[in-house]
Every structure is written in C-alpha cells, then in structure tokens.
Design a protein around this ligand. Structure first.
Ligand SMILES: Cc1ncc(COP(=O)(O)O)c(C=O)c1O
Length: 396
C-alpha cells in the first residue's frame, strides 16, 4: 500500500509550519507520538514517576516488542538507551581487547564510533583499518574479505552514513563476517525507519539506532540490538541495578538478556513515545516508506542537477533519502542558517562528523537535505527556488 501522504501530514503538526528536510537530524514526530509522551508526563505529574511506570508496564514492555518486530529480532535482544551513541558504546566497550587485535571499518564511519576506535587503539594497541571503497563509493566487500585474518576482532560499519545518501551493502558484509566468525556491529542510525532493516537478513551481531531520526520518535531515545548468541560473551561496561543483581558482598550477577546494557533510570515517557513511533512506522510498512523516501530523494537530485553551481556528493550503488550538496561560493553553514530563517530546515555535515570520507574527498562541509515520506514535491520545489545562485569564488 502506498503511503497516504495527506494523512501523514495531517498527523504531523510541524508540516503546516516548516518545510522539514532535516529528517536525518530529527524528524517531525506525529501527534500520536507527542500525545503518548505528554500523556505519560501527566500521569507522572498526577501519580508519581515510579507509580506511573508501574501503571504503564504493558506500554513499556510493548516498546521492546515493537522494536523487535521492526528489525526481525526477539524482544529479549533489545536494550533501550538514551541515544544511538550510548547504545553503540555499550556494545563496543563491552568487548575485551588485546594488543594487535584489529578492527575493520569503512570510510563512512560516524565520528563518535571512529573516536571510540581511536581511543581503544591508544589504550590497548589495537589496530584500526579503514576498508577502501569500491568504484561506487560504498565499502568494498572484496577488500574487506581480503583484510580478514585471525586478529580481526570486530567489523564495525555504518549502514547509511550521516553525510550522504549512500547505503552500504550491510547484508554482504554480514555474510563475510559470518563466514569468518567475526563480530559485526552495524550503526543503523540513518537506516532504521527509512529502509527495511532485518538483523537476521543482514547477519549482524549488534545494531544501534536512535528514536528521533527516521523513526520519528522522541529525542533522547535509542536502542541496541544484541544477538542472543552474544549475550553471555559481552559484559556490560557499567553494571547497575537494571543490568545486574548484587548477589553478595563480593559478587554480582549480570542479567541474561540484552537489558544487561541498560541503566535503571530512564525517560519513561520518551520510551513510550518511541514504541508509538515504531507502531506508526510498522503500520505504514517499511517497504512503502523506503519507496516513497527514495523516490522523493531521486526527484530532489534531478531538480538539483538542473541548478547551476549546485554540486551533489552522494555516492553508492543504492541511494536513500539523504541528499548532500554544496552551492559554489557559499558556505554550507551560512546557507543552512539563511534557509532556516525562511522556515526551510536543512542541516550541515561538517568534516569532523565523517573525516575519513569528507576529508578524503576534499570537502570541509556539505549541506544535508534529508527527505521523509511526509515531504511533498512542492516542498522540494520550494527548497530549489530558495537556494542561492552560485558565486564565482568558493568560500568552502
Ligand atoms: C550514522 C550515525 N551514527 C551515529 C549517530 C549518533 O546518534 P545519536 O546522536 O543518537 O547518538 C548519528 C547521528 O547523527 C549518525 O548519523
């Protein structure tokens, strides 16, 4: 079933106020999500925070079920977190390292992941190797296969990078990882909610995503998928009352399911909102969402191609809803600021968010226009009409 765009826009108050093309930053939430969050905050106001959580146990448990359904996992394989970076950290910092261990990653790896690799390399003498891209700009699967040996402890890859429309071949990487018996951690921050993502099809052991991006959930939410196979092999870096039980004066026992990576205190209202956002996406269907998002982004790329001085920087065989561009002679940050003043929301990916990719390509920053299914052709026209004419001298 194709998406009922009019209905989706009626559900989204922000659609009447802004042209929101910053869905890779944080999407506009539907009213169902906002209502669920507010309703729970009211319940906390009226009955007490702990008491409200007890009263809403079913809704809270539903978040695990909904996320599990979304990504083809079991509810016991889901840990809720306050953002995707913490979810990723909980998995990554649960690994034990020896000098000489190797991490294989891609050029599009997200900044925070790359810095965690660097810190681990400095602390433990681990080697980080960035797998080259293939001729399409996606991670080269043959090159990845070539680099494997018994010292490789982790393949850590970003599915859809923060800075471009590229979709890395996650399932092909999964087949390589499985064949080699190497742990596979997939950063699916920009893909969950805009593409069908199934952990069994992909073959990853660990996957992370936030709530606020393509899932349209509240800010301050995210989750980790940790495969059942792995749960007794990965120690939570910070045991607490949620992740473990203090069993004796000198002992504690870690939980057996993925909630071993959670912490006790959390934003319950946001989590409930996340569950509603996942239900909303599942109701529309991820294939229909992908189809609409991909078509809108392709339409935007066609329009931009016709504009003088506009350069597009997306690579990859398969491209998604993120469109990265620069306008000759215009600073990306300034351009985004000017358009925001006209209620057109875009964002900037600066070199520091994806240094192994952007710096290699000589890009200091790019403007990121990221579409969602509730965007319209008219909004794309509005963006193109609002883009400035090129200036003769580039200022970056
Ligand atoms: C590819 C990618 N990974 C990780 C993150 C970090 O997610 P969060 O801000 O929820 O920690 C982002 C955020 O933009 C991202 O684009």
């Amino acid at each position: 079933m194709p998406i009922d765009v009019e209905q989706a826009r009626r559900d989204t108050a922000g659609c009447t106020a802004v042209t929101h093309l910053n869905n890779a930053g944080a999407s506009l939430p539907p009213r169902q999500v906002v209502d669920a969050v507010v309703r729970h905050l009211r319940l906390e106001e009226e009955s007490g925070g702990y008491e409200a959580a007890i009263a809403e146990t079913d809704r809270i448990e539903h978040v695990y079920d909904a996320l599990a359904r979304l990504i083809g996992a079991g509810p016991h394989e889901i840990a809720l977190q306050e953002n995707a970076t913490r979810a990723w950290d909980m998995a990554f910092y649960g690994l034990r390292w020896q000098p000489g261990d190797r991490i294989l990653t891609g050029r599009s790896e997200y900044a925070s992941n790359a810095m965690a690799y660097l810190q681990t390399a400095q602390r433990y003498g681990v080697r980080i190797e960035v797998v080259p891209d293939d001729e399409h700009g996606q991670i080269s699967v043959p090159a990845l296969r070539e680099l494997l040996d018994e010292r490789v402890k982790l393949i850590g890859v970003t599915h859809v990078p923060t800075q471009s429309g590229l979709v890395n071949p996650a399932a092909e990487i999964g087949r390589v990882a499985r064949a080699a018996g190497v742990l596979y951690l997939l950063d699916a921050c920009q893909s969950v909610g805009q593409l069908p993502v199934d952990v069994r099809e992909i073959g990853c052991d660990l996957l992370t995503a936030p709530g606020r991006k393509y899932l349209r959930g509240p800010r301050g939410t995210g989750f980790l998928y940790c495969s059942e196979r792995l749960q007794d092999r990965l120690e939570p870096p910070f045991p607490d009352l949620q992740s473990a039980v203090w069993t004796g004066p000198d002992s504690y026992r870690v939980r057996e399911d993925a909630r071993r990576f959670e912490s006790w205190e959390n934003g319950v209202a946001g989590r409930i909102g996340l569950g509603v956002a996942v239900d909303y996406a599942l109701e529309l269907g991820l294939p229909a969402i992908e189809q609409r998002v991909t078509a809108l982004a392709a339409g935007l790329r066609d329009r931009l191609r016709a504009l003088p001085g506009v350069r597009m920087h997306d690579r990859g065989l398969r491209q998604c809803g993120i469109v990265s561009l620069t306008v000759d002679g215009h600073d990306s940050l300034e351009l985004v600021r000017e358009l925001r003043a006209r209620r057109i929301n875009l964002s900037v990916s600066a070199v520091g968010s994806a240094r192994w990719d952007l710096a290699e390509r000589g890009l200091e920053s790019v403007v990121r226009a990221s579409v969602h299914y509730y965007n319209t052709e008219e909004e794309l026209d509005r963006l193109c009409a609002a883009l400035p004419a090129p200036r003769p001298h580039s200022r970056g």
